[in-house]
Ligand binder design. Structure first.
Ligand SMILES: [Cu+2]
Length: 491
């Protein structure tokens, strides 16, 4: 071709190499990310921390590309001077296309064999899990076959219908039959996949299995708590206004709610006093600031200076008073809510006293469980990857998920050849800064006896009353023998 333009060829070649590099680099980067197990703390900026080996390879690659582009330029120049074709581009590109196709297939194969275990989810350990996996396999199978056919055709057509001199392209406008085929076939396949998914999901979530043991799963920024019903097999009521440091799940337990109300009333009394004397405190802060701000104090103690100045300014501008009033309003609202809820509902029936709040979930293999979810603050999502379950956890909305674990933790460890393996329930909704750390361990045991042993080690929310000592015996003085109320605090 006489009219090949030098810079045109160079640009074309460079672009081709670059896009190939990107295409190959992206999955490699993704795999490298998932393969990293250890999270390293951020390093301080220092040239010594740079990966000089990688940088030198990168520079070398850029140089190679530039040299290649230059070589193309030379070839094209030679073409122009001699009038003879140096490279037959149409013939070369068709083979590059085939090589690219084969290299991609080999690359995918290599990555799946060597790093596939980092991205694949592993065996399922719940009864319904097999259906989910089968659905995944069908979807993957269909799309994979279509993907392979279209990609092979794409590169083969590039090979077959390359430009030849004197050959004219066929003008092809419309074909009803073809349109029909590639509309109807995907429609049928998609209908099958979607209906199957819909059916499966409906079956899994239609209604709570009647024989299932219920466990409450409570989500908060950033962690999980589980609640098991006590000996009465009944869960105590709860309300979000009852939540306090000592009552993280807001259980309706009279003593806790009373002491929360008392605390709130003490707070509001203090706030009222502070509001009444806000004018005096403005004067006091000013006096303190003037007294401090002499000589070189301001430069010698900048932190104290800044604090006093801010306090004085806040007091003078009225923002201190506004803050106090805002706090008071908030606390009064909470008091009203608590008293209203207390009056209207017969919730203090002591059902929650023996509930057990745990930092681990223990299940028995082969038994049916329903997890009732509750969120304290924002939307979370409960994800049981090994049990193929996921459900949103939304403040103010009751959601649940049921499954039957099919193997114990020990059996799963043996399956995987990993003695450290554990099941976890993760948060799968980016809910804030420490979302990545939000998980709770699930242990599946083989027998009721093991489960009961574990449950016995968990303290009830309210300590049972200590039995009166038998006559003639002195009451136990050892404080460690007294069961303390379970005060799981939320970080
Ligand atoms: Cu979360």
């Amino acid at each position: 071709m006489k009219n090949y333009h030098l810079s045109g060829i160079a640009a074309f070649a460079t672009k081709k190499v670059f896009s190939a590099m990107f295409l190959l680099a992206l999955p490699l980067f993704a795999i490298a990310q998932t393969a990293t197990d250890v999270v390293e703390p951020p390093k301080e900026f220092s040239l010594a921390n740079w990966d000089w080996e990688f940088i030198s390879y990168f520079v070398l690659a850029v140089l190679l590309i530039l040299i290649t582009a230059r070589a193309f330029d030379i070839g094209a120049l030679t073409e122009r001077i001699t009038g003879k074709k140096v490279v037959n581009w149409n013939a070369t590109n068709r083979w590059i296309a085939i090589i690219f196709l084969l290299a991609s297939v080999a690359g995918i194969w290599y990555e799946m064999v060597n790093h596939g275990k980092h991205v694949l989810i592993g065996d399922s350990y719940s009864e319904h899990g097999a259906t989910i996996d089968s659905m995944f396999n069908w979807t993957f199978g269909f799309t994979f076959v279509v993907f392979v056919i279209t990609e092979v055709l794409l590169f083969y057509f590039m090979f077959k219908y390359r430009y030849r001199e004197g050959q004219k392209a066929h003008y092809y406008f419309h074909n009803n039959k073809l349109e029909l085929v590639w509309t109807v076939v995907p429609a049928i396949v998609l209908t099958f996949l979607v209906l199957r998914g819909f059916n499966t999901w409906t079956k899994i979530t239609a209604e709570k299995p009647k024989d299932a043991q219920e466990i409450e799963v409570f989500a908060y920024q950033f962690g999980w708590k589980a609640r098991y019903a006590g000996a009465d097999n009944k869960f105590g009521s709860h309300h979000f206004t009852f939540i306090s440091g000592k009552n993280p799940l807001g259980l309706a337990v009279q003593d806790h709610v009373d002491s929360l109300l008392a605390d709130l009333k003490k707070d509001t009394a203090l706030l009222n006093k502070q509001i009444a004397s806000a004018g005096d405190s403005a004067k006091a802060w000013k006096a303190a600031f003037v007294k401090f701000n002499t000589g070189s104090n301001a430069t010698a103690y900048p932190a104290v200076y800044k604090e006093l100045k801010t306090k004085m300014e806040d007091a003078e501008s009225g923002s201190y008073l506004r803050q106090l009033k805002k706090d008071l309003r908030r606390k009064n609202t909470t008091i009203t809510r608590i008293t209203t809820y207390r009056k209207n509902q017969d919730v203090f029936n002591n059902a929650g006293n023996d509930d057990k709040i745990t930092t681990e979930i223990v299940l028995v293999k082969g038994k049916s469980y329903t997890f009732n979810f509750r969120a304290r603050d924002v939307i979370h999502s409960a994800w049981f990857p090994d049990f193929r379950g996921q459900m949103n956890v939304v403040p103010g909305m009751a959601t649940w998920f049921s499954f039957v674990p099919t193997k114990t933790t020990e059996e799963a460890r043996a399956d995987k050849g990993n003695k450290d393996f554990d099941f976890y329930l993760y948060c799968n909704k980016i809910c804030g800064g420490a979302h990545y750390n939000m998980k709770i361990k699930i242990t599946v045991v083989g027998s009721d006896a093991e489960y009961n042993t574990w449950l016995a080690t968990q303290t009830p929310f309210v300590a049972p009353p200590v039995a009166a000592p038998a006559e003639g015996m002195t009451p136990a003085q050892d404080s460690s023998s007294i069961v303390k109320p379970n005060t799981v605090t939320i970080r």
